[in-house]
Design a protein around this ligand. Sequence first.
Ligand SMILES: Cc1cc2nc3c(=O)[nH]c(=O)nc-3n(C[C@H](O)[C@H](O)[C@H](O)COP(=O)(O)OP(=O)(O)OC[C@H]3O[C@@H](n4cnc5c(N)ncnc54)[C@H](O)[C@@H]3O)c2cc1C
Length: 384
Amino acid sequence: MCALDCIVIGVGGIGAAVLERLARRGLRVLGIDPLPPGHGFGSSHGATRLIRRAYFEHPDYVPLVERAYQAWADLEERLGRRLLNTCGLLQVGPDGGEVLRGVRRSAREHGLDVRDLSYDDIRAEFPAVRVPASWSGVFEPGAAYLPVEACVVGLASLAVRQGARIHLGERVCHWEATSEGVRVRTQHNTWPAARLIITAGAWAGHLLGERNVSLRVLRKPLYWFDVADGAYDAANGFPAFLFETAGGIFYGFPRIDPDGLKVAQHSGGKPVDDASNLDRTIDSEDLAEVRRFLVSHLPHAGDRVQRHSVCMYTMTADGHFIVDRHPEHPQVTFAAGLSGHGFKFSPVLAEALVDLSIDGQTELPIGFLSCNRPTLGNSRREAP
Ligand SMILES: Cc1cc2nc3c(=O)[nH]c(=O)nc-3n(C[C@H](O)[C@H](O)[C@H](O)COP(=O)(O)OP(=O)(O)OC[C@H]3O[C@@H](n4cnc5c(N)ncnc54)[C@H](O)[C@@H]3O)c2cc1C
């Protein structure tokens, strides 16, 4: 019999939540990661990740977001600190664009609390925002930001408090299915376990095999700009924002601290060949695009970049997550390709992964995230 019920590869945003959930069920679990929870070299670092209900990407995410709000609120109680920082979200763009069409569809289908804004409404309510007269918007008052690093560290520490072990400083280089479950190997250790859950973010493609899951990692720079006045301050009620422009989708957070106004491009991004050697320098082309966005739409922002950072999106072909059991090894479960919008779901994806791994099924509505869906274009599906 295996000493471990489950190994989790990667203790980032999703892995920390998975470990916590497994440990809460009283299982003997081990998380492995070369870096400590909350580190800045994957996709779950910094202080802000947005959580929003009116999901433009697809209405099927809405029930999962609702559950995520509950799970974060529950975690707030258990950690004794605030995680959901309600700031509201202003989304603007052309009426027929992907964002507003999607937001309105999700809001309609799920009866969500959002407010439609005409061009005149936007001008009156958000005087520091500039949009063309042909645009409109939607305001979602319940949108919030999550302090991402604090969430990951909190989840990992709860996991450990409940009995999970976390082995740091080593990278998993190989795993194999065995008659008893799995065997997981790092540079210096080999661990057998009954089950394996892979939550390795930008590194998942290597661990899952290209034939099973095809992922593309993109480099995502973000910037904090100076603002001369308080026009974009959270303290003055300025919300998080997402603009669909002809030049791409841009988003950001109100100024929360002296770092400034955080702005980045959601669309685009240069491919990353090696996630362990990410270029962290400022990309002048990307910066020029973000500056052009600011000049056109948020004119109170200054030109000076006070801080910058680089993160990674791990994309699937259709932009939706993959949360499933491994097509060849049912004792292996994974979440991959979170496509730049997965953090808010961490506790819910953890619930789904643990259900699938331990119980073999889940009642959560995650069928649309299966690895067999045709829109993924996996080579395995095309094989004869
Ligand atoms: C700039 C940016 C903004 C974003 N904004 C939002 C947002 O507003 N809202 C939202 O919901 N989502 C957002 N996202 C997406 C979200 O942050 C990610 O989807 C999510 O954090 C990914 O979590 P993860 O656990 O998959 O990856 P990570 O947190 O990167 O964790 C993966 C872990 O696996 C470990 N690992 C890798 N390989 C191995 C190995 N071989 N052995 C052991 N361990 C390994 C890594 O060290 C890492 O700790 C954003 C992402 C970025 C980059």
